[in-house]
Design a protein around this ligand. Structure first.
Ligand SMILES: [Zn+2]
Length: 403
């Protein structure tokens, strides 16, 4: 079959996307490295590179070489040709970041929500503060390729929040509500995108099969297999927080009783500690401010556990028991080679949880001796969500860029 003009155009666009993706991953490449990695010939590469340069998406600078002859040309993404906006909505704050085309965080702001995480308040704040951040950095709307919004919850492919227990949102058409405020495309993602920011720090992770476990305001998992984030058919993938582990336990935000999230999420543990003040052996949980959100409030628990307080350690072991049982089930299901522990609770106790997982695997994981699993803490830090959603936004929009 002969290739018609449409096929050629498609091939060209595919190659432009391929080269941009490689530069996102490797930051800088000579043309010969690019040809090797992409498996394309040098004349094809030259044509594509010229097109991307004309669009202003990449830059070329002379490289260093000890060999005689012409110096290699180094290709990089043009950092200021386009921008992405990443937004994290959590129960206490909005975090908004603007990222260069090469993925660097250019500027960010955080805005306290107090206890008002209603949709109306979030829309009001985003409609003012996203343009405010862009203006502060003198970025025109035309240069913004998109805004990605992320939150803890189940998100349908059309940007509807089916359920976010931490925010108390059900069937909220977030994309539909937000899009009219902006001239650039808005996308909504669950906070599974956080894993993408780990790849930006450790590129070799992208070739592994990964189970990412988050234990913070929500309890969730992300599975990355064979080079893809697994998303399921309705966006409700990885919802380990809604596995029922105590059928008569407390009511969860989803309406069920005794979900893992209703027992060991940050908000659930905050309530538990506040209700059990009579069981404490010391005054280390003295409430300093009753309006403290879970992440702030639980710092007292972390400190008390580090100091050997018996109540704090018993609570840590209670969380570990539930968390480790769920983890062993997931290991049996997904056979990961790397487990990443994340979230403010998961990270604080990652060494203890790692030990407990290793111990429990011997009893609860099928053929555990034949598995070789590395368990590591998440490294992307406090900007993990805005960086991750910015990467997801950029990936989705590569099609548009290559036109
Ligand atoms: Zn639930």
């Amino acid at each position: 079959m002969k290739n018609g003009p449409i096929d050629s155009k498609n091939v060209g666009q595919r190659n432009e996307k391929l080269i941009l993706s490689m530069l996102f991953e490797h930051k800088k490449l000579s043309q010969s490295q690019l040809c090797r990695l992409a498996g394309i010939g040098s004349s094809t590469a030259s044509t594509i590179v010229a097109r991307l340069r004309e669009k202003g998406l990449i830059t070329e600078t002379p490289g260093q070489s000890k060999a005689r002859g012409p110096k290699p040309v180094i290709l990089r993404l043009n950092p200021d040709c386009r921008y992405t906006v990443g937004v994290e909505i959590n129960p206490s704050h909005l975090f908004i970041g603007v990222f260069n085309f090469d993925g660097h965080l250019k500027d960010k702001i955080s805005i306290s929500l107090g206890y008002d995480h209603s949709l109306e308040n979030v829309l009001d704040l985003l409609s003012v503060n996203v343009p405010g951040l862009l203006n502060r950095n003198k970025i025109e709307n035309a240069k913004v390729i998109g805004a990605g919004i992320t939150l803890s919850g189940s998100i349908s492919p059309d940007g509807c929040v089916s359920l976010s227990s931490p925010l108390g949102w059900k069937e909220v058409h977030l994309k539909e509500h937000l899009q009219p405020f902006f001239d650039f495309p808005v996308s909504v993602y669950s906070n599974r995108v956080r894993l993408l920011s780990e790849f930006a720090i450790s590129a070799n992770l992208a070739s592994k099969n990964i189970l990412y476990l988050n234990l913070a305001d929500g309890v969730g998992s992300t599975v990355y297999m064979d080079g893809n984030l697994v998303s399921g058919s309705t966006g409700r993938y990885g919802e380990i927080g809604h596995i029922v582990v105590e059928p008569d336990g407390p009511v969860c935000g989803c309406g069920q009783k005794g979900c893992l999230e209703a027992l060991i999420s940050g908000p659930a543990l905050t309530n538990k500690i506040r209700n059990e003040s009579d069981k404490m052996s010391s005054a280390c949980f003295a409430e300093t401010d009753s309006s403290n959100m879970p992440e702030e409030f639980l710092k007292q628990w972390f400190l008390a556990a580090d100091n050997g307080d018996s109540y704090a350690l018993a609570l840590r072991d209670y969380v570990a028991g539930h968390f480790v049982r769920a983890t062993c089930m997931l290991i049996n299901c997904y056979d990961p080679e790397v487990i990443i522990l994340a979230g403010y609770v998961g990270l604080h106790f990652h060494e203890h949880f790692t030990e407990c997982i290793r111990e429990a695997m011997q009893k609860n994981v099928y053929e555990s001796s034949l598995r070789n699993i590395r368990i590591i803490p998440a490294r992307a830090g406090e900007d993990a969500l805005i960086a991750g959603v910015s990467i997801a936004t950029r990936q989705r929009l590569l099609d548009w860029l290559a036109q």
